[in-house]
Design a protein around this ligand. Structure first.
Ligand SMILES: Cc1cc2nc3c(=O)[nH]c(=O)nc-3n(C[C@H](O)[C@H](O)[C@H](O)COP(=O)(O)OP(=O)(O)OC[C@H]3O[C@@H](n4cnc5c(N)ncnc54)[C@H](O)[C@@H]3O)c2cc1C
Length: 392
């Protein structure tokens, strides 16, 4: 069997790659780095980059043409996401992929007309308001509530781990609308304008040093038109959106970028008189890693091709996502082993290999154990939906 891109897909990849090689050149981004931001770049740079992507017609590549898209499929979205990760572009995945995909699938015509053109132009961004202090893996135990009041809903509660909420124009927020229904029912999905009175931001600094916000809702009034799809059906919409989210963040560009950087280090660094790449143990570990990187690449495009064929992969997405995350952790761990004590040198230290990138990524990517559902949650999905095992 031969896995390959069509000529059109390959041409698209080249186009994206050329754009990103120029926009993300070290000299072009050097003055825009900001360690307080989750994606490592200043918000001004992220916004201008997002608008450039919009102007290039890349946002919405997979949407139907009547909503400002290009009518391509998920494979094109995966190629875009893959190249963005490889070039370490500002992560703007929420707004360019799974939120518009969910608006297309479940939103009203009014929501599509209002949000999609602005998303396509790179003008607006969202934060994902799912997790709460006491509702992470067990998301359906969320307690944020939205109470119907005339033509409005009034939202009160607390969201946690609200990535980039401090820059978001809108919240993609789930809240309980009927406490009397079973746990997974009675939840609704809202698009909340972040300028609404009653919203306040908190947050904390992560172990790798960037600010991670939390969002409190204190009697925040939103119109009924802010509900996505039907009231009390939000759980089913976000499960669809999460499968899509995992597919997009399962793309392998980050793996290859990290692997390439490690190989480059081994090609140029000597220990006890010889290049690291000449050490048989190092060579063997790199070869094993490369097999995992390649497996992850094939699995992520397998999942994207299922979406492109109109299928709804679930445990397959879990598999691809799990392999990617485990491979990222393996590369970070092996990098630390190979680098030895210099792996602890931080960005800015003149002796730090790759300007402290190894140390930064080792700490930063601890979040991969949890993002979009922990490792164990992925394994549970694979076991129950993929292998038909009883739920644990
Ligand atoms: C950097 C970062 C960014 C994030 N961004 C967002 C965001 O933008 N929006 C948002 O809504 N959320 C976000 N999250 C939250 C993320 O989705 C949650 O962290 C995740 O769902 C896990 O929830 P928890 O942290 O409460 O851990 P817990 O649910 O307390 O889990 C702790 C551990 O127990 C394991 N575990 C839990 N239940 C089971 C089970 N049934 N079987 C086996 N093992 C289990 C988990 O895998 C994990 O290892 C982010 C998290 C991080 C770290």
């Amino acid at each position: 069997m031969r896995f390959t891109f069509t000529e059109e897909q390959e041409a698209f990849r080249q186009e994206v790659c050329q754009l990103l090689t120029k926009e993300m050149a070290p000299s072009a981004v050097a003055s825009h780095r900001d360690p307080r931001e989750g994606n490592g770049y200043s918000e001004e740079f992220t916004q201008s980059f997002r608008k450039k992507l919009g102007a290039s017609g890349l946002i919405g590549i997979g949407w139907p043409k009547e909503y400002g898209g290009h009518g391509k499929d998920m494979l094109f979205e995966a190629i875009l996401s893959d190249e963005m990760e490889y070039h370490n572009a500002p992560s703007i995945g929420r707004a360019i992929s799974y939120i518009p995909a969910a608006i297309l699938a479940y939103g009203s015509e009014e929501q599509k007309a209002h949000f999609l053109p602005r998303i396509a132009a790179g003008e607006i961004d969202f934060f994902l308001g799912y997790s709460e202090p006491e509702a992470g893996s067990d998301l359906a135990s969320l307690t944020t509530r939205a109470v119907a009041d005339g033509d409005d809903f009034v939202i009160t509660g607390q969201k946690a781990f609200s990535s980039d909420a401090h820059h978001a124009d809108y919240g993609w927020v789930i809240a309980r609308t009927d406490p009397d229904l079973p746990k997974h029912k009675g939840i609704s999905l809202f698009i909340v304008d972040m300028k609404s009175p009653g919203i306040s931001l908190g947050g904390f600094n992560t172990i790798s040093g960037y600010h991670h916000p939390t969002v409190a809702f204190e009697e925040v009034r939103v119109p009924r038109s802010a509900v996505v799809g039907e009231v009390n059906m939000g759980w089913y919409y976000i499960m669809g959106a999460i499968d899509y989210e995992r597919a997009v963040i399962g793309t392998p560009g980050m793996l290859l970028r990290t692997f390439d950087r490690l190989v480059e280090h081994c090609k140029t660094t000597r220990r006890q008189g010889r290049l690291l790449l000449q050490d048989p143990v190092v060579r063997q570990r790199l070869a094993e890693l490369y097999a995992d990187v390649e497996a992850s690449r094939l699995m992520s495009y397998w999942v994207a091709s299922m979406h492109a064929r109109g299928l709804q992969p679930q445990h397959e997405t879990g598999l691809a996502f799990l392999v990617k995350r485990e491979t990222v952790r393996a590369i970070d761990n092996i990098a630390v082993d190979i680098l030895g004590p210099t792996a602890q040198l931080r960005p800015g230290d003149p002796l730090a290999p790759a300007d402290g990138g190894f140390e930064h990524d080792y700490l930063d990517r601890l979040f991969f154990h949890f993002a979009a559902g922990g490792f164990d949650i992925s394994r549970n999905v694979i076991a129950s939906r993929g292998l038909g095992l009883p739920r644990g």
